[in-house]
Structures are given as C-alpha cells and as structure tokens.
Design a protein around this ligand. Structure first.
Ligand code: ADP
Ligand code: MG
Length: 249
C-alpha cells in the first residue's frame, strides 16, 4: 500500500475525457515521476490530488484517508504540499515575508489570527523559516524582494515555502519549465538533497527527461489520460510504447 493510492480516477471537461481510468500507487519515501506528452492529463491529475478539481470517478487515498470532498486547505493540512507550474510567490514581499505565509497557513483558525497579529512575538516561526532558508541555501537572501530574484531562486523559495510546512508528500508540476540549464541543474541538486535528508515522498510531473532520470525511483507514463506503463527509469528508457507516445506529440 502506497502513501498515495489513486484508483480509477476519471475527469471530463465537457466533451473531453482528460483522465480516463487512472491508477497510481506512490510508495513512501520515493520519488515518483509522472511523464507524458502535452495534454496527457498530468496537471489535471495533480489538481485532483490537491482538491483543486474533483474527479468524476474513482478514489484518491493519502496516508490511509480519502482526500475527495476535502478543500485544498484541508488536504494541505493532511500533509500534501504542491509546487505550481509557474512560481506562486508574492513578488512584492521579501523572501522572509513569503516564508511566513505557509507558516501561518499551517495553523488553525483563531490561533492563526493571533499569530499574524503578533508577528514580532513569533520568534519560533522566524527561526524555523531561517533554518529552512539555510537548508536550501538562501539564508543570505532573507531580506531580498522576491521579484528581484532569478527564476531558479524563485523556484528554490517556493520549494522552501512548501517544505517549511513539513509535508509528507511534495507535489511538483514541471518545476524546471522555462529554466536555463544551470537553474535546472541547481533544482535537480536541491531535490536530490531534499530526498536524501528528509523523510519525504516526492511526486514530480516533468517534461525534461534529464530531470526525470536524475531523480525518479519509479516513472508512470501518462498518455491521453491513461497510464501507459509504470516502471523503473532504466526500463522506461528502452520501452517502445513510451517512445511511440512521445513521437505522437
Ligand atoms: P498536461 O498537464 O499533461 O499537459 P492537462 O492536464 O493540462 O495536460 O490537460 C489535459 C487535457 O485537458 C488537455 O486537452 C487540456 O486542454 C484539457 N483541460 C485541462 N484543464 C481544463 C479545463 N479547466 N477546462 C477544459 N479543458 C481542460
Ligand atoms: Mg501540465
């Protein structure tokens, strides 16, 4: 039984069957990549995992509990954090101010309000954020405006904003999309470090095969809303069905 169990998930947009019958099992403490041509349904699947979309059919179990019918916030509280395809940071805030947002979001109701009002007294949160920034190599950028950072650093900050919530499962949707090679390599190195140092499961949607083969323990290939094959990176490399799915792009 995996930490994430997706069974028979289907999602239709009007006349378009974006996801057919998706089964996916992600094992704890592994990196599981989901690859596939454009329009295969990768982002739709991810949106079904985090409560942004509700599947028409099937079930999604995380850590033994169903995520269906829960809000994105509740799913986040269960231990799933997500990095978006385009960086979702607050450009007009500093790196530290950005880090405070997920720290507060992790807390509940009245206590959260109290924490926001008494920000100065929240030394523990600031220390936690600093520790996280140090872990991702951004401590010297604490007071920098987020908008002034490189694409690679924005992504690094976004990953830190997820990790400060101490998720059990980190979801990444094409984290290196639009990045220069040097930033891509830095992101690979950061994710490798996270994988080694933390008790965490990572599910990554990725177009760049160099990223996939550098990180993944298992790979699921999605084509036209249905998993084509799931295997180790070595077996995926030589699989003729996978080549065919990509040639059709
Ligand atoms: P991928 O991430 O693999 O490139 P998506 O999950 O974004 O693919 O999209 C799968 C299919 O569903 C595409 O044909 C896309 O145009 C369609 N689609 C995605 N989101 C919506 C939506 N909100 N409304 C209508 N069609 C959508
Ligand atoms: Mg996508």
């Amino acid at each position: 039984m995996g930490i994430l169990e997706v069974k028979g998930v289907g999602k239709r947009f009007g006349g378009l069957q974006a996801l057919g019958d998706v089964n996916l099992s992600v094992q704890e403490n592994t990196v599981h990549a989901i690859i596939g041509p454009n329009g295969a349904g990768k982002s739709t699947l991810l949106n079904c995992l985090v409560g942004k979309l509700i599947p028409d059919t099937g079930s999604v179990m995380f850590d033994g509990q169903s995520v269906l019918g829960r809000s994105p916030h509740e799913i986040n509280q269960m231990g799933i954090s997500r990095v978006f395809q385009t960086p979702e940071i607050f450009a007009d805030l500093s790196v530290m101010e950005n880090m405070m947002i997920p720290c507060f979001a992790k807390r509940d109701g009245a206590f959260r309000m109290h924490a926001m009002i008494n920000m100065a007294s929240e030394r523990d949160l600031i220390e936690k954020a600093e520790k996280m920034l140090s872990e991702v190599g951004m401590l010297e950028k604490t007071n920098m405006l987020a908008s002034a950072m490189s694409r690679g650093d924005k992504r690094r900050l976004e990953i830190a904003m997820c990790l400060v919530q101490e998720p059990k499962l980190l979801l990444l949707d094409e984290p290196t999309a639009g990045m220069a090679r040097a930033d891509t390599n830095n992101t690979i190195a950061l994710l490798k470090q996270i994988k080694e140092e933390r008790d965490i499961t990572i599910a990554i949607i990725e177009h760049d095969m160099h990223v996939v083969f550098s990180l993944a323990d298992r790979i699921t290939v999605l084509a036209q809303g249905t998993p084509l094959v799931e295997d180790t990176p070595d077996n995926i490399k030589g699989n003729p069905k996978v080549k065919e799915a990509y040639l059709g792009e």
